[in-house]
Design a protein around this ligand. Structure first.
Ligand code: FHN
Length: 427
C-alpha cells in the first residue's frame, strides 16, 4: 500500500508532546530497538509453494506469497521460539545504547504474541511453544530490571480477523482491538504504543479513520495518561499521536511542529530472512544516529529474531560496536539527551548536536593535518573551549566568515566518528 509522507503536525494529545513530562524520557533517550517477531518469523523469509516455486518475503510473506489461510495456520502451529532469551535481548539493546524497546505484539497477519483472550490466533493457543511461557512478560521483566522502557507495536490492519473486512462487522473488530489493547496495557504496562497499518488499504479494505485514531488515543490515555502513542494511530500524513514516523529515511531538516522518530532496518527486511546479507555497517548506524539526534529526532533501529527467537549475530555485532562507540569518552553525550542546536547549519563533515551549553561536533570526515572544519553559524554564540573527546589534542576555534573554523591539532580518534566538544556562550 502507498505510504503517505509525514506532513504538518496536528496533535490530538491532551498536552504538548514537546514539553510534556509524559514524553520527557522519550525525548531524552533518542535511541531505541525495534523488534519484528511473529508467526512470519517461523518461515524465516521463504515459502515453497505446492508447485515447487520458492517465494521470498519476511513479515509480509503470507500476503506477498499468497499463502492460503489454512497453510499459514498450519505452519504457525509449529512455531516454537524456545530460544527466546529476553535478558539477552535487553542486554543487547542496553549494550548498544538503546534505551527503549518496541516489539511487535501483533503484525498485519493478526497473530498475537501474548495470550490474548480475544481469539486463539496467538502464541499461547496456536503454536508449539511452551504454554507456561509469555515472551512479552519475560521481556517486560528483563526491561524493567535493566531500566529499559518497553513499548508495543500493534497493527490496526488485520489480515486474519474475519470481522475486519466487512463494513457491518468492522465495529466488532474494533471492539476486539480495544479489548486486546486493554490486555496489553493492563498486563504489561507498556510505556509506548507504536501503531501501524492505519493507511487506506485493500484486501482487506481498511476502514480505519482519523476519528477512529483520535477516539482510540483518548481511550488509551484514559487507561494510562502516561502512555506515548505514535502518529500511525490516526493517519500518517498528520501527527495524530505524539510523534511522526519517517521510515528508512532521515528528515533533512528538523521537523517543525512535531516530534519524530526515524525507524530503520539493519538489513533488507524487518522480519527475519535467512538469506539477508546486506547488513548496514556500524559506521552507518553511528552516522545515522548522529544525524537524527542533531535534528532533534529519535532513531528506532530494528532487529528480526529467527524462528527460535534469537537475534542474528550480524545484528548483535553491529549493535555492540555502536554501543562501544557511544560508551567511549562520553561520546554518547552527542546523542543521549542531545538535540537540534538551533545555532548551526548541518555540516558536510558530520553532525552537530547540543546539550545545554555544549555543542557536539561529531566528525565523520576528519580534516587533513593542518586543515580546518568550517562550522556555519545560524545564531550568535561564542566558543569558549573546544576539545576532542578521548584525546588530549586541543582544537583551535577561530571566527571565520559566517561561522567558525575548527582546526584540530592531531588525528581522528575513531574510524566511526570523532567528537569535538565545544563549550559555548549563547547570547
Ligand atoms: O507494513 C509494515 C512493515 O511490515 C513494517 O512493520 C514497517 C515498520 O515501520 N511498517 C509497515 C510499513 O510502513
Amino acid at each position: 500500500p502507498p505510504r503517505p509522507a509525514a506532513g504538518p503536525g496536528t496533535n490530538h494529545a491532551t498536552d504538548d508532546p514537546f514539553t510534556s513530562s509524559r514524553t520527557s524520557w522519550w525525548r531524552q533517550d533518542r535511541f531505541g530497538m525495534f523488534i519484528h517477531f511473529g508467526a512470519y518469523s517461523n518461515l524465516e523469509g521463504e515459502y515453497t509453494r505446492p508447485d515447487g516455486t520458492v517465494c521470498r518475503n519476511a513479515e509480509w510473506i503470507k500476503r506477498e506469497c499468497r499463502i492460503p489461510d489454512e497453510e499459514y495456520e498450519k505452519q504457525a502451529a509449529t512455531f516454537n521460539p524456545s530460544a527466546f532469551d529476553a535478558k539477552a535481548i535487553v542486554r543487547a539493546a542496553k549494550d548498544a545504547g538503546q534505551r527503549y524497546i518496541v516489539i511487535t505484539s501483533k503484525h498485519h497477519d493478526g497473530y498475537a504474541m501474548w495470550p490474548t483472550k480475544q481469539n486463539t490466533w496467538n502464541l499461547r493457543d496456536h503454536s508449539s511453544f511452551d504454554p507456561h511461557r509469555d515472551i512479552l512478560a519475560e521481556l517486560k521483566q528483563a526491561a524493567d530490571a535493566a531500566g529499559i522502557k518497553l513499548g508495543f507495536y500493534y497493527s490496526i490492519w488485520d489480515w486474519h480477523d474475519p470481522d475486519f473486512a466487512g463494513p457491518a462487522t468492522f465495529p466488532r473488530y474494533k471492539k476486539r482491538m480495544y479489548a486486546q489493547l486493554k490486555e496489553l496495557v493492563d498486563h504489561y504496562d507498556p510505556a509506548l504504543l507504536w501503531f501501524d497499518g492505519e493507511w487506506d488499504a485493500d484486501n482487506p479494505t481498511n476502514r480505519w479513520s482519523r476519528q477512529d485514531g483520535a477516539d482510540l488515543q483518548a481511550y488509551l490515555h484514559g487507561l494510562n495518561p502516561g502512555l506515548i502513542v505514535n502518529n500511525r494511530v490516526g493517519k500518517r500524513e498528520v501527527v495524530d499521536g505524539d510523534f511522526g514516523t519517517p521510515e528508512q529515511e532521515i528528515p533533512t531538516e528538523p521537523v517543525d511542529g512535531q516530534l519524530w522518530e526515524s525507524c530503520m532496518t539493519l538489513n533488507d527486511h524487518w522480519g527475519f530472512a535467512k538469506y539477508d546479507t546486506n547488513w548496514k555497517p556500524a559506521a552507518t548506524v553511528v552516522r545515522n544516529l548522529l544525524d537524527v539526534a542533531s535534528r532533534g529526532g529519535n532513531y528506532l533501529l530494528n532487529v528480526g529474531p529467527d524462528k527460535l527467537g534469537r537475534i542474528p549475530q550480524p545484528s548483535v555485532d553491529r549493535l555492540r560496536e555502536t554501543g562501544r562507540w557511544l560508551g567511549a569518552h562520553g561520546q554518547g553525550d552527542a546523542v543521549h539527551g542531545a538535540g537540534h542546536t538551533g545555532l548551526v547549519a548541518d555540516p558536510s563533515w558530520g553532525a552537530v548536536s547540543r546539550r545545554g551549553n555544549e555543542l557536539y561536533a561529531s566528525v565523520t570526515a576528519w580534516p587533513a593535518a593542518g586543515a580546518s572544519l568550517h562550522l556555519t553559524a545560524k545564531g550568535r554564540f561564542e566558543i569558549t573551549a573546544a576539545r576532542v573527546l578521548g584525546s588530549s589534542q586541543q582544537v583551535k576555534a577561530t571566527p571565520a566568515g559566517d561561522g567558525f573554523d575548527l582546526t584540530p591539532s592531531g588525528a581522528a580518534t575513531s574510524p566511526l566518528a570523532s567528537v569535538i566538544r565545544l563549550t559555548i556562550k549563547p547570547p
